[in-house]
Design a protein around this ligand. Sequence first.
Ligand SMILES: [Zn+2]
Length: 678
Amino acid sequence: MNNPLLADFATPFDTAPFDQITPNHFLPAIKAAIAEAKEDISKIKAEALPTFENTIEALDGSGKRLGIIAGIFFNLNSAETNEEIQLLAREISPLLTEHGNDILLDQELFHRVAQVFEQKSQLELSPEQVTLLDKTYKSFVRNGAKLKGDKADQLRKIDQELAQKSLKYGENLLAETNKYVHFVDQESDLDGIPDGIKEAAAQIAEEKEQPGKWAFTLDYPSYIPAMTYAKNRALRQTLFMASGSRCAKGDELDNQEIIKNILKLRHDRAVLLGYKSHADFVLEERMAKSPDQVISFLDALLEKAKPKAKSEIKELEAFAKELDGLEELKKWDFAYYSELLKKEKYSLDDELLRPYFQLEKVIEGVFQTAEKLFGITFTPRKDIPLYHKDVTAYEVTDKDGKYLSVFYADFFPRPGKRNGAWMTSYKGQSMKGEVDVRPHVSIVCNFTKPTKSKPSLLTFNEVTTLFHEFGHALHGMMAKGRYESLSGTSVFWDFVELPSQIFENWCYEKECLDQFARHYETGEKIPEELIEKIKKASNFQQGYQTLRQISFALLDMAYHSKDPSDIISIPDFEEKVMKATDLLHKVPGTLMSTSFSHIFQGGYSSGYYSYKWAEVLDADAFELFQEKGVFDKATADSFAKNILSAGGSEHPSILYKRFRGREPEQNALLKRAGLISE
Ligand SMILES: [Zn+2]
């Protein structure tokens, strides 16, 4: 078979030949590329003596074709999938996992890597090369390459059990979420709920074979609006209790024992590899280097956020009492009264802002902002193959007019696209000898579509999302690394949101908004008082929200930074840990831990703090722009050089200090969030 994935791509800039690819090309191409990658490894092992070039550098350069084909496949599986591709994913994913394990468990290969690592101090390597050597060596060691015999088997056993337990945790949670449905018989019980949500609730009831009624589930699109808008307090309480007690009822779907199993397995794994705790293991490869650093970071934030959170709750209690004579504000009242209070204070709603944010104008604004800051320009290219007609491809050039990157933008929802917004790439950046191989970067979103009578008009939230993803894209497009595994967004996990989050800050700056925020019919600039309102509204209940994030992060750290064998009762442990941050009375029968899928199912264990960490970084970094001017050339140049182009070439603390001139500080975030006064 003539397989376009295995031929040279005869396309502009070597872009993916989407117009020639069909799903049946993927499996044979992946298999062939895995064989090719294995040959690369064999070549490395056939060298007489291992050196930095023939081992560490060669590993970074190995399996390139596999990377590109797998990239195309998984990007399509997210952005334009179908049953055929989904079925293929089930076959392809295990092949790639197995291939990855084959490399990391290859003792002969590890031995060569270790030999180079031991000579590190004599090799006269650049900082980037030292980083690559450390990262490569550690990737083997952290996967157990140094363990012998029994201990190596023990690690494999733990990994298998951990995978099973996390899976089970997730399955239980999904089953609990899916099995719950609450029917409402009387329309009068739905007061306050917007028509669109009511319609959806009626449809769910019909699907559940109770036509004429309304049904609510624990899925976010059903649960969140009900909690936010339902005037009916009993309805809110019912739904809250159902959500809060998921997997905590002592039945066959209970997650409490599984949590204890997972904690023990993670701890044992860390100890086996020579770490004090799971958190120590995870944080070794984070900007925040240790549990102590994370905990003192969270404690410092907590101290500032708590008084503000307390006063916000007082304000809300008074508001609820005046409005409805509520004697005690319960957890199920919080979202509902907050929404009403927010409306009263800011009278800001999406529909008021949308006319100023026409998608085409916002994109132009994003491009102009990037051009003003970094001198890069975007030119649409009609000759680059696309995977869907809604996608646009651009050629990106740098300030000297030199080709920098290909940029794909894919904005509207459709059946084959998953929810949310993300940045991804089809090709990484690296140096091949003296040739700079430039990246192909993409952002995928699910924005409001245009209609017959109206263009695509974005909510302000969609505008910041676009800036956010574009910030990630800049990190990819402006990469100037030597090695792909250290290039672009391949940075420590608690550092990767700096470029994206900092870029959101420009959405609140008049100088930036004036470029593009114009009424789509009249061309009138967005009024200054609306900008002010947006800023104020974005700080609404920041104390409480911050406290909430801190409480989850502290719980995560409490579970993972110590030997968990003294955790006997999950409810007791959780209550003890969350006491300092829980300002509303705890509701008996509810638990956070049994549905905390971020840390027990997904990959966020010992990482929940990263949300706040990244906010501190972006506010602190943006403060420099505010001091020097939001379009200050020198500041932008320094940000481009030290952060955007540097990728993961050195430890993020070093890169950050080079840009900011000092360690990050929390003050800028506290000010921005209104937690301390200016
Ligand atoms: Zn992001």
